[in-house]
Design a protein around this ligand. Structure first.
Ligand code: RNT
Ligand code: ZN
Length: 416
């Protein structure tokens, strides 16, 4: 008997159908963030660095992608080691400016056509993000809330341009695009006036979202944050701000796992937020003591997120995106580890003895509920995971690592 057949029987004994779990897993895409490949650098200018970004990649591992071509080659390598069909999440600062320089407020699909063509050739869907950082007009850490109207207008126009680009990408790829707004605006030390920047942010967002863009093609999302480097004391776009804004305007709310107090659980927010917004975007990440964007692992917080999506029947209203960037290890391995772990967490959630757990809970039998949750942890998840990888034609075990090491020697080593 194969390991999978035996696993299937063990799960079936608890009322779990591994085949239907594998089917759901295979059709749930994860949106891979392009920015893991070059430490959120982008290719607008040579050696562009995060300025006033409130986000920071640390580490200096050799082999970082220096051009769009290198980034795509690296992504290709990573995608070949990740089971399933996924999506690519592109930031506006990854614009292809080979046909001529344009500033961000004037971007159109032209600067992203090569990304769309590339994704089309790989069968990948795409998601998109305006970039409100790494730009001279974001140098003081303020964008949509800037007191200078001219600077605000530049960023408003960038936001509008990106929503139109999102819709055009969706049209070309035949799959809706989530366009997510995150801004770094905030203050290192206590501000005197917390109100005015929030009034300006609401007004700027209103202008961005007032422009009609087909909601079936472009899905607008807004992302909150608790604090960042250089915005420790005050972040304009806080949780309360964006939760209220997304409820009022029926936008997607983006929950980033690193953007809350370390003792808060993102998983517990999902069933609350989804009472009031149509859909959510997740930035699956791993904060270590702060919003550090460590590589996602198969850990309890990530498992709990996926459990909530499955238990609540929320997969159809959730866009799962990744948001981590680690420059201290092989960047392709980081993509592979983080994405495989996310998928593994989803699989574990799909393999919970759901019917028995629900039954025990409804009967008020909390003893059985607790016992079952514990017993389920040692079921042969690994055999089902390997079967998924086998069906998707990727390595089911650690042998993917040898391929990354080989790529490091043959390709990455010549970059500097
Ligand atoms: C920053 C946010 C944001 C970025 C990316 C690059 O704190 O998490 O999502 O990480 O947009
Ligand atoms: Zn994020």
């Amino acid at each position: 008997m194969s390991q999978y057949t035996s696993a299937r029987e063990q799960y079936a004994a608890l009322g779990v159908d591994t085949e239907s779990a594998l089917e759901t897993l295979a059709k749930t895409p994860i949106s891979l963030h392009c920015w893991q490949g070059d430490d959120v650098g982008g290719f607008e200018k040579a050696g562009s660095k995060l300025e006033g970004g409130g986000i920071q990649a640390t580490g200096n591992y050799p082999g970082k992608a220096r051009t769009i071509e290198e980034l795509r080659a690296d992504l290709d390598k990573a995608l070949a080691l990740i089971p399933g069909k996924h999506r690519l999440n592109v930031h506006a600062c990854y614009a292809d400016l080979s046909a001529g320089r344009v500033d961000r407020d004037a971007y159109t699909i032209a600067q992203f056509q090569s990304w769309v063509d590339w994704c089309k050739s790989k069968g990948l869907g795409m998601d998109f993000n305006p970039s409100y950082f790494s730009h001279p007009l974001a140098a003081d850490g303020l964008t949509l809330t800037h007191p200078d109207k001219k600077i605000r207008e530049f960023w408003i126009n960038h936001g509008i341009a990106c929503r139109k680009i999102g819709a055009e990408i969706a049209k070309q790829l035949g799959s809706p695009v989530v366009t997510n707004v995150w801004i770094p605006d905030g203050s290192k030390d206590m501000p005197y006036d917390r109100k005015s920047p929030r009034e300006r942010l609401a007004a700027s967002l209103d202008e961005i979202f007032a422009v009609p863009v087909d909601r079936k093609l472009n899905l607008d999302a807004v992302e909150s944050k608790l604090f960042g480097i250089g915005s420790e004391s005050y972040v304009v776009g806080s949780h309360e701000f964006y939760l209220a804004y997304s409820v009022k305007n029926q936008l997607l709310y983006c929950l980033d796992a690193g953007h809350f107090h370390p003792t808060e659980n993102l998983s517990d927010k999902i069933s609350s937020v989804l009472q009031f917004v149509p859909e959510i975007l997740l930035h699956v990440s791993r904060g270590v003591r702060w919003d550090s964007d460590h590589v996602v692992l198969m850990d309890d917080p990530t498992r709990a997120i996926m459990e909530e999506l499955v238990r609540g029947g929320f997969l159809g209203r959730t866009h799962i995106g990744l948001d981590f960037f680690d420059a201290s290890i092989n960047r392709i391995a980081a993509w592979v580890i983080g994405t495989r772990s996310t998928i593994k967490c989803l699989l574990a959630a799909l393999l919970e003895p759901a019917a028995l757990l629900r039954q025990a809970e409804q009967a008020g039998d909390h003893t059985s509920r607790l016992a079952l949750m514990e017993e389920a942890k040692t079921l042969p998840l690994g055999a089902v995971w390997q079967e998924h990888c086998r069906r998707q034609n990727v390595p089911g075990d650690h042998s993917w690592l040898a391929e990354v090491k080989n790529y490091e020697r043959s390709v990455l080593a010549s970059r500097n």
